[in-house]
Design a protein around this ligand. Structure first.
Ligand code: ZN
Length: 355
């Protein structure tokens, strides 16, 4: 889905887009199944013909045009239904890494919902083996480092939370690449505090807390994520802009927001890009990271999200490079890894601006 408020590309815009395309980046908020490109989706749909997902790319584009958040969840779950075997899981994961590498993403925390696969009968050990194999192959072949966030599908209730935290904390099952624990799905009617025991357990097992909140609900949901779920970063947090005290708190504690502008328009969480609260976040001094959420489903990619953010925040190349460095800082990469990508961003920026 594209937004008509994005202007046609002029020379300056083309220059910025070219800068962004080569910029080394980190992606912190991107979903596994939601990253399935139309090519992969059509391949999976052809493999599983009883699915209602169309196989024709044009029909797929139509299918991916959302009317509201509930419709988005419905489409999303129908793609989840296509991931039925460990080989489907491996193919999807590896191909997602390829798409990230093409955009110069050096490090990504990919959000997976293992409950969606295990409840469909995929063996949990086979699932973990498939993602780990894809992760290692992708790092060796593309140089992109992947780490995992396991998230609770909020709409599936507390049983899904129990199952997700078991998969994330049992030493015999949890994969080596797992770094964080999340909460996704619809927010309305799914209060965050009920998930506190599961986040407590995940945090005790050494995982970072990164729930979605304040995407389609008010700022109280962000407070709940911080106070009840121990959130270290906030997925979206769009409604934080309605609460100056919350913005001040996020800024003071350096709690990053994972901002996904096009997603917010596609799901109707925000009406138009020009009304996106990213400007308020910047004015309040909140650490902003730019992310793509479910890129092919929203007709976007990470590079485009950087271009959108650059326009909304009126940034030049250095400002865009700072956004990229924010994501590195906000990541759960080790200090040496952070220093390496930050240095790469600086070297690239200096080379482009001096050259
Ligand atoms: Zn998300």
């Amino acid at each position: 889905m594209t937004d008509s408020s994005v202007p046609a590309a002029g020379t300056a815009d083309r220059d910025l887009r070219s800068f962004i395309a080569g910029l080394p980046k980190a992606e912190l908020h991107v979903h596994h199944v939601g990253s399935a490109s139309p090519r992969i989706v059509s391949e999976l749909a052809a493999r599983h013909r009883d699915s209602k997902v169309p196989t024709d790319p044009e029909a797929l584009a139509e299918y991916f045009t959302f009317t509201d958040f509930a419709h988005f969840i419905e489409v999303y779950l129908s793609v989840v239904d296509l991931i039925r075997t460990p080989e489907d899981v491996r193919l999807l994961t590896y191909e997602v890494a390829r798409d990230l590498a093409r955009q110069q993403v050096r490090y990504a925390e990919l959000t997976l919902t293992p409950f969606s696969s295990t409840r469909r009968g995929i063996d949990e050990h086979a699932f973990m083996a498939a993602i780990e194999d894809a992760r290692k192959c992708a790092e060796a072949e593309f140089g992109t480092v992947l780490r995992w966030c396991f998230d609770i599908p909020g709409e599936a209730g507390l049983r899904s939370a129990e199952e997700t935290v078991r998969l994330a904390t049992d030493d015999r099952i949890r994969p080596e690449g797992l770094v964080s624990f999340g909460l996704g799905g619809p927010e309305i009617g799914v209060p965050r505090p009920q998930f506190k025991p599961f986040f407590d357990q995940a945090i005790a097992a050494g995982l970072h807390s990164v729930p979605h909140s304040g995407e389609t609900t008010g700022p109280q949901s962000v407070w709940d994520a911080l106070e009840e779920l121990g959130a270290e970063r906030i997925g979206h947090g769009t409604s934080s802009a309605q609460d100056p005290a919350l913005l001040a708190h996020l800024a003071e504690r350096r709690i990053p927001l994972e901002v996904c502008p096009t997603s917010n328009i596609a799901t109707r969480a925000v009406r138009t890009l020009n009304e996106h609260p990213i400007k308020e976040f910047a004015r309040a001094g909140v650490l902003i990271t730019i992310n793509s959420d479910d890129p092919p489903m929203f007709g976007t990619d990470l590079n485009n999200e950087y271009a959108v953010a650059a326009r909304l925040l009126d940034l030049d190349e250095r400002g865009i490079a700072d956004l990229a460095k924010n994501a590195v800082e906000a990541s759960f990469l080790d200090p040496a890894g952070k220093a390496r990508i930050t240095a790469e961003i600086d070297a690239y920026t200096a080379g482009r601006l001096d050259g």
